[in-house]
Design a binder for this molecule. Structure first.
Ligand SMILES: Nc1ncnc2c1ncn2[C@@H]1O[C@H](COP(=O)(O)OP(=O)(O)OP(=O)(O)O)[C@@H](O)[C@H]1O
Ligand SMILES: [Mg+2]
Length: 205
């Protein structure tokens, strides 16, 4: 595939503003006349929507490995049917969560072996990697307060969410060229401007 891929992802805890900012970035790029695919994980495909509903609304416990593999199954379908085709025609793909969510939640949060997660993910991703990832960093208390118990992961302990946050920051520290860490406590307009500036710098119109 031609480099660099116009693949932008949004990561961060629940309630950090990922969906808000992904939609705003998509709108601004479209105003510029760009071909933009706005999508999300899990749930960017029909299979994904089913998996998402299953993961978020199940009432029986599930092993962490199975949980990771379900997210991975969704990711494989999402890549095959949505992400790859759009990137291959040279368009922007903006994904609200992607593989880094698995590293943060199932790896740092649940304690699954990161090398195993990376090995499985490598087989799924092939040569597709996000070129730019925005981390909307937020203290877990703040994100949870914004949402007040909307779905299952949000019912996890504060300690779990703290591990996820620390995990995200560690991922960003390891790949500083790809990640842009933003203070998600900033107002939406400030974040939108900062994000669009960064995207415009990397891909001038
Ligand atoms: N910068 C901001 N400051 C204050 N509130 C915000 C900000 N951005 C979004 N919100 C509000 O916080 C809530 C969560 O925002 P949003 O749905 O975009 O977050 P999210 O990261 O996509 O959440 P989830 O992980 O649940 O999908 C919404 O009510 C939204 O209006
Ligand atoms: Mg969202």
């Amino acid at each position: 595939m031609n480099e660099p891929l116009r693949f932008v992802t949004f990561e961060g805890p629940e309630g950090s503003g990922k969906s808000t900012q992904a939609a705003r970035l998509a709108a601004r790029l479209r105003e510029r006349g760009a071909d933009v695919t706005l999508t999300r994980e899990p749930g960017g495909t029909e299979l994904g929507r089913r998996i998402r509903s299953w993961l978020l609304h199940r009432d029986e416990p599930m092993g962490h490995e199975a949980e990771f593999l379900l997210y991975s199954a969704d990711r494989a379908e999402h890549l095959r049917t949505v992400v790859r085709p759009a990137l291959e025609r040279g368009g922007f793909v903006i994904s609200d969560r992607f593989v880094d969510s698995s590293y943060a939640y199932q790896g740092y949060g649940r304690g699954l072996d990161l090398d195993w997660l990376r090995a499985v993910s490598a087989g799924i991703l092939g040569d597709v990697r996000p070129a730019l990832t925005f981390l909307l960093d937020l203290p877990p208390e703040e994100g949870l307060a914004r949402l007040a118990g909307r779905d299952r992961l949000e019912g996890e302990s504060l300690a779990f969410h703290r591990r996820v946050r620390a995990g995200y920051l560690e991922l960003a520290r390891r790949e500083p060229d790809r990640w842009v860490v933003l203070d998600a406590l900033s107002d939406s307009e400030t974040l939108e401007r900062r994000i669009f500036e960064e995207v415009s710098r990397r891909w001038p119109a």
